[in-house]
Ligand binder design. Structure first.
Ligand SMILES: *Cc1c(COP(=O)(O)O)cnc(C)c1O
Length: 398
């Protein structure tokens, strides 16, 4: 057994795909400490800076004092605190749906929702670049899964035409794709869903707190809150805490509460995390300027990098996918960034396709202008060193 594992590990090493953990010695903030060294962080999902906000921390501490450190049970037995119920009411109201259900993580939410709702004889249509937790939800469900080409609406329609005999259909998509930062074409997805009688589920992990008038995510951004059946998301990204959720109709939520195994057989989230989530949602709804600032910051760096000759995946979100090419080059680029005091890891296969390895930058509302300028300057310096800047792009953007 060990021989076999070591052989496979050796193969992974030879392909340059061996993964190791990096250690932070401080909070996930614009300035942090990476293994003892001060760095600027350009790769946190803490988009709005709330994970280290003093108000959030106060609420978490208060909750620990009142309710302790652990919930002590699953929601359906003894772990259901008043805090959980308040959080679920707040999420439902924030997302514009009748009800919501909180899971211990976004991963468990996707796995639980999809595998519970879709049964044998049903079919799931899933975008080829959906998050791993959606893929695993599909795998765990007894329904058939049909993958459509990434944001390709002609392909989705073709696939819908090929599954008309199925009882129930679900189209599932990331709202903002986590590795590319592009937004799913929800208006087209919704109209195809209506034409072919499918339900729609959107994973708004990367758009909640950021897109839409009140920060509710891509559904609100497109004005499609009522047309989308299931609004899934996580409390761990812009909300700055931990946990996953789905907002939907009362009957959908009641059904999941009764049947979703990753909800039923899981200890309820701890009081501190739930209290912080409630505060995070409150701050997001009241301080809309945070997401305005975030999008401005992202636009500044996106434009600067493009004008300098970098090739980026098109998008208008705080996820900037700067394409480098080979896994080796991306790893080298990331190492050079780190030497210059910037932490932004390389993303390589199997997370992204071969030859599409990249530096994935995530921007924060709390990045200051001089930090953004330093990042731009450093990218250009390394890009020149490695001969990566296309003069064609530079000419075009002038
Ligand atoms: C992060 C993420 C999840 C998982 O959420 P966790 O709370 O981290 O488990 C699900 N979907 C997408 C698109 C994500 O980016």
């Amino acid at each position: 057994m060990t021989d076999y594992l070591n052989q496979e590990l050796q193969q992974i090493r030879e392909q340059g795909l061996f993964r190791t953990l990096r250690r932070l010695d401080a909070a996930s903030d614009t300035k942090t400490v990476l293994e003892g060294k001060k760095v600027l962080l350009f790769s946190s999902n803490n988009y709005l800076g709330l994970a280290n906000d003093s108000r959030m921390k106060e609420k978490a501490i208060e909750a620990i004092k009142q309710f302790g450190t652990g919930s002590g049970g699953s929601r359906l037995t003894t772990g259901n605190l008043s805090l959980h119920e308040q959080l679920e009411r707040d999420i439902a109201s924030f997302k514009g749906k009748e009800a919501s259900l909180v899971f211990s993580s976004g991963f468990l939410a996707n796995v639980g929702i999809i595998s519970t709702l879709m049964k044998q004889g049903d079919v799931i249509l899933s975008d080829s670049l959906n998050h791993a937790s959606i893929i695993d939800g599909c795998r765990l469900s007894k329904a058939d899964t049909v993958i459509y080409n990434h944001v390709d609406m002609n392909d989705l329609e073709k696939k819908l035409q090929s599954v008309t005999s199925y009882q129930r259909k679900l189209i599932v998509t990331d709202g903002v794709f986590s590795m590319d930062g592009n937004i799913a074409p929800l208006p087209a997805i919704v109209s195809l869903a209506q034409k072919y009688g499918a339900m729609v589920m959107v994973d708004d992990a990367h758009s909640t707190g950021i897109l839409g008038k009140t920060g509710a995510g891509t559904a609100e951004y497109f004005g499609l809150t009522h047309q989308i059946d299931l609004l899934m998301g996580t409390l761990s990204k812009s909300i700055g805490a931990e946990g996953g959720y789905v907002a939907a109709s009362q009957s959908l939520i009641q059904y999941l509460r009764n049947k979703a195994r990753s909800f039923i057989f899981q200890t309820a989230l701890s009081p501190s995390v739930v209290a912080a989530s409630i505060e995070g949602i409150r701050i997001i709804r009241e301080e809309r300027e945070r997401s305005v600032r975030l999008l401005e910051n992202a636009e500044f760096l996106r434009n600067g990098l493009k004008k300098s000759g970098f090739s980026l995946v098109d998008g208008s979100t705080p996820i900037l996918a700067v394409l480098i090419g080979s896994a080796q080059d991306a790893v080298h680029f990331s190492k050079r960034l780190e030497e210059e005091g910037i932490f932004a890891p390389a993303i390589r296969p199997p997370t992204v396709p071969e030859g599409m390895s990249r530096i994935r930058l995530t921007i924060m509302a709390t990045h200051r202008q001089e930090q953004l300028e330093y990042a731009l300057h450093t990218f250009v310096k390394i890009g020149k060193e490695m001969n990566l800047l296309s003069t064609k792009n530079v000419m075009q953007s002038k």
